[in-house]
Ligand binder design. Sequence first.
Ligand code: ZN
Length: 345
Amino acid sequence: MKALVLEEKGKLSLREFDIPGALGPKDVRIKTHTVGICGSDVHYYTHGKIGHFIVNAPMVLGHEAAGTVIETGVDVTHLKPGDRVCMEPGIPDPTSRAAKLGIYNVDPAVTFWATPPIHGCLTPEVIHPAAFTYKLPENVSFAEGAMVEPFAIGMQAALRARIQPGDVAVVTGAGPIGMMVALAALAGGCARVIVADLAQPKLDIIGAYDGIETVNIRNRPLAEAVAEATDGWGADIVFECSGAAPAILGMAAHARPGGAIVLVGMPVDPVPVDIVALQAKELRVETVFRYANVYDRAIALIASGKVDLKPLISASIPFADSIAGFDRAVEARDTDVKLQIVMPE
Ligand code: ZN
């Protein structure tokens, strides 16, 4: 079967590649339909590693996927051939202590698509555990189904934040994840969400949603905008989604006394943090690593119409043009939000 293979840093090929594996009793075989290109896929392409995850051997990319079930293992009861589904890419050991605690995203044994050495799903067929495969409602498209994975991170952040109705939130960083966080925060009950970034095209896209205000920090200090929006009190929640050191150093200043900071963005290098600035307001600090137990909620919000992810899809690229799609993802970082690859029929 053809697959999009990252041979090594900077070198992609679309070639025959067989991902080893057989359909187990609790698995489903899925014909992939749509696969989103994630920042992590692009980072592996351009850098060959993320932290201690290093691409040492050819690896199939892609982990944001939707498709159609074509075969089910003998023990699978909740899915059948023909079901349209999306797939959760991180699979824990179900007997692990983390899984038993419901925090399977931080199970040390978790395997995750397109995180070395595990192959991803940019290939026409995949085998996946049925327990991590979710049926899409009729009114949710494959394109939206492939957006569930990045939206799940927004959901995890919104849940960790413990939003109260009417909260004011700040989101630093308007990349795809910052946008997902902003939309999940709104759906979770925030009255206002202020999104800050340097890239105006992205701010224009997310600023088109009701309830979201934007600040281009090239033109205006975020502190000033937050002070104006909250009468100098500060935001109830600050979601740090940029991973950029200046934003991390500044985040405590935007929070109200007793508010919360949710760390979503991942800095490439260690960043020093002003602990006293956090203590002086007694801020609650939460961290987010992927997600656990949020897919059903994410799909329900999309199906309800309360969250519309369609405006965030910048382009659909045929599988045959995947490599050009990845090069566009590298170059158009400040204008595109989400590029998706569509598999041949
Ligand atoms: Zn992703």
